[in-house]
Design a binder for this molecule. Structure first.
Ligand SMILES: C[S@@+](CC[C@H](N)C(=O)[O-])C[C@H]1O[C@@H](n2cnc3c(N)ncnc32)[C@H](O)[C@@H]1O
Ligand code: SF4
Length: 372
């Protein structure tokens, strides 16, 4: 069983925090044709044909025409054994949502939407250089609800101008809208973004560490009280609404990525496609390889397992590690794990090591202690 990821590398304008691969050019058709060709020629030679999830990410997949999305889904279905109940997610931006588009997405088989909202604070949205207002995001959600039960909202905390109060307001509005799934990311300052330059030149300030931690505390507390399970550090779901596609990443399932910058994984190799639209199209049309790959060493595989699993509510399972990799984490890292437990950063439950809420805020430094 595997997942398919399709990267649609276009946005209307660049948000100041984002370094995902995208272009603001509009040569959609020629790029989609190249993606169709990439799926057909299956350069990376994935043998796994059973597909349980398809995820259109970006960039902004909701920009492209419905017929383009439909062609891609049809091509994937021709090349693979796509399960009948396959989860098919489309990332959408609020300014692209309207009744007609929603009906059309639904018609071609998109059964889950992920809407990028980031915040309901108009001043912060402006700072982020988002194209939409809070009101537009709210009315997009109200329209989505009429067509979709299964949808998710992306928010961010730790953004310039954010405070405990602004997050409180975001969570208040969120509670009223009551989406079945929410992803809330701590904004990272990425190189090659406007924020990075502004920050280096002292032109913006970010909330200090204590403020960011108190924002995250508030998020954990309020969402738990509203009935969400925090099934991964950044992901919260009502019962039955976990993202199957993302959960498969954490379960070490294979995934096949198509489009510029898309990543793939087949349990032995990690692959990444070139992050340049023009070059991607040129290479695909000439039948030249568009990806690089790296074979994962046994230690990298163990660490990958620990890195991804520690972020989930299931935690790192000692028996899994023994079975899959023949390593005894509790023995090898006994002192470190015991110390983390004493500091209330992790809990140890027979075979599982899990982050506490305090631990979730320090996940990177905790992971450092328990990887090989
Ligand atoms: C790949 S983006 C695409 C989503 C869609 N284009 C949008 O903007 O709504 C997915 C999510 O990543 C998050 N994201 C992007 N840049 C980030 C950053 N620097 N730090 C944390 N989260 C980020 C945002 O919440 C965004 O909605
Ligand atoms: S956050 Fe979304 S819309 Fe903004 S630049 Fe990144 S991918 Fe594009």
């Amino acid at each position: 069983m595997a997942g398919v990821y399709i990267h649609i590398p276009f946005c209307k304008k660049a948000c100041h925090y984002c370094n995902f691969h995208f272009s603001t050019k509009k040569n959609y058709t020629v790029l989609v044709n190249a993606i169709l060709k990439e799926i057909e020629i299956n350069q990376k030679k994935f043998n796994n044909k059973n597909i349980s999830t398809i995820y259109f990410g970006g960039g902004t997949p909701s920009i492209i025409e419905n017929r383009h999305i439909q062609k891609i889904i049809t091509k994937v279905k021709n090349q693979y054994n796509v399960f009948k109940n396959c989860e098919i997610t489309l990332e959408v931006n609020p300014d692209d949502v309207n009744r007609e588009k929603l009906k059309n997405w639904n018609k071609i088989g998109i059964n889950r939407l992920s809407l990028g909202v980031q915040t309901f604070d108009n001043n912060i949205l402006k700072k982020l250089n988002r194209i939409h207002t809070a009101e537009m995001a709210i009315s997009a959600i109200e329209e989505i609800k009429k067509v979709y039960n299964n949808y998710s909202i992306d928010l961010m905390f730790g953004t310039p101008g954010s405070t405990k109060k602004s997050i409180e307001n975001d969570l208040f509005i969120l509670k009223k809208l009551n989406p079945p799934h929410v992803s809330i990311y701590n904004m990272t300052l990425e190189k090659r973004t406007v924020f990075y330059k502004l920050f280096k030149n002292n032109k913006i300030s970010l909330p200090n560490e204590n403020s960011v931690l108190s924002q995250y505390d508030l998020i954990l507390d309020k969402l738990e009280k509203s009935g969400y399970e925090n099934y991964e550090i950044s992901n919260f779901a009502k019962k039955g609404y976990h993202s199957r596609h993302n959960s498969n990443y954490w379960k070490d399932k294979e995934y096949i990525g198509y489009g510029p910058s898309a990543h793939s994984y087949n349990k032995k190799y990690r692959f990444w496609n070139i992050s340049d639209n023009k070059e991607y199209i040129r290479l695909i049309n000439k039948g030249i390889r568009v990806y690089e790959r790296e074979r994962l060493s046994p230690t990298e595989k163990i660490n990958e397992y620990i890195l991804t699993r520690i972020r989930t509510s299931k935690g790192v399972d000692q028996r899994d590690l023994l079975k899959k990799f023949r390593v005894d984490l509790f023995k090898d890292k006994f002192d470190d794990i015991k110390l983390l437990e004493k500091k209330n950063l992790v809990t140890i439950d027979k075979n599982q090591i899990k982050l506490t809420n305090t631990g979730k805020k320090l996940s990177d430094s905790i992971t450092e202690k328990i990887i090989y």
